[in-house]
Design a protein around this ligand. Sequence first.
Ligand code: EPZ
Length: 418
Amino acid sequence: MNCYQIEGGHPLEGCLAVQGAKNSVLPILAACLLAPGRSVIHNCPDLSDVAATLDILSLLGCRVDRDGDTVTVDANGLCRGEIPDRLMREMRSSVIFLGALLARLGTAEMSYPGGCELGPRPIDLHLGALRALGAEIREDQGCLCCRGGRRLRGRELCLSMPSVGATENAMLAACGCPGTTTIVGAAREPEIVDLQNFLRAMGADVSGAGSTAIVIRGGRPLYPARYTIMGDRIAAATYLCAAAAAGGEVELTGIDPNHLSAVLACLEEAGCEIHTRQGGVALACHGPLQGISPVRTAPYPGFPTDAQAILMAALAGGEGATMFVENIFDNRYRHVDELRRMGASIQVAGRVAVVSGVGGLHGACVHSTDLRGGAALVVAALGAEGTTQVCGLKHIHRGYDGLDRCLRQLGAHIEHIS
Ligand code: EPZ
């Protein structure tokens, strides 16, 4: 059995430096393909999604090295544009390589990224944006055969919804398009700003990230760069919700509190004391969490869908009721059944889930259903009475660098049982 064994009821205390952002490092590693030479990425978390991304870069001909939290990518040797089905299945967000391969190599081939635990994960917005830039994309029996290179030209693109991945793919492809590309209806997530900052470090002319209109003046020569990844706002939300569930006082460093505003507002309304400063946030919680006004997930700066399960887990052991509306993904309540095994009272109808705090959960043996659902079970276990075993750690290892180690540093009684 490979699980976390957690003894609940111990308040969390202390200070923790938050890992680098998973959802920044993946597109930034793809962006390394845009220039020959060695890019150096600092604050790179040790995650299975990062390892899968490095495997793909190696397979495409790059030389990758890792020394602690520093990853080096030498894209001089880029010679292939085909990503095998095995690796696409391992990580569906590998579609992010498409734009960079079309810009640098002029060709890309990959299988359709399938759905995942969160439901269907369409890529129509990615393909529409790349075709609008001139890419020729043939969909043949589940395989995407793409041609870019000299066909690419900058132009105005409109995204019908602010897709994070489609925005990133369009930005990367546009760097290889002579002329000006304007992405209208762009996603505004902080990870998009991090990608813009890395592209600028490579010599790209990109502006507007963080707003709904991003402008790229492409076709310029690009150079490898050194860059430090921003802190992971969802990992930070996880540790704050853990402290809210277990009680205690924690301080997080290496995170921009402005990236967490929506989550901090919910935790404050639930009864936590929050203090923010540049590069950090502190939370104190000394009583049961209270129900809060409806939590509706939305594109940034709205409440992040990735924090929905985590906040729900903390509130489930509190008092009072809270309604959640999951507006981004179709199947993001899979953690509810597992929380019910711990005594949670949660009613689900379509996109709506109503959590009625039961004043405390109890330990159980539960299984992770997906990355953030698994983290939610750990959060619930920290505040529960008794011992909980959380299995299915492969999901958690995709996005958390030493979740158990970090929680032990804050005083949690959590062990990894192999
Ligand atoms: C990114 O996924 C994140 N992943 C997700 O984090 C995050 O939940 C999501 O953005 C929303 O914030 C990475 O950055 C690697 P989207 P992405 O394209 O880019 C629909 C985590 O837990 N859509 O913004 O795939 C889609 O079905 C992960 O760290 C289309 O319809 O998200 C979804 O309903 C989970 N057509 C919505 O848009 C498309 O072409 C948002 O998707 C693309 C997306």
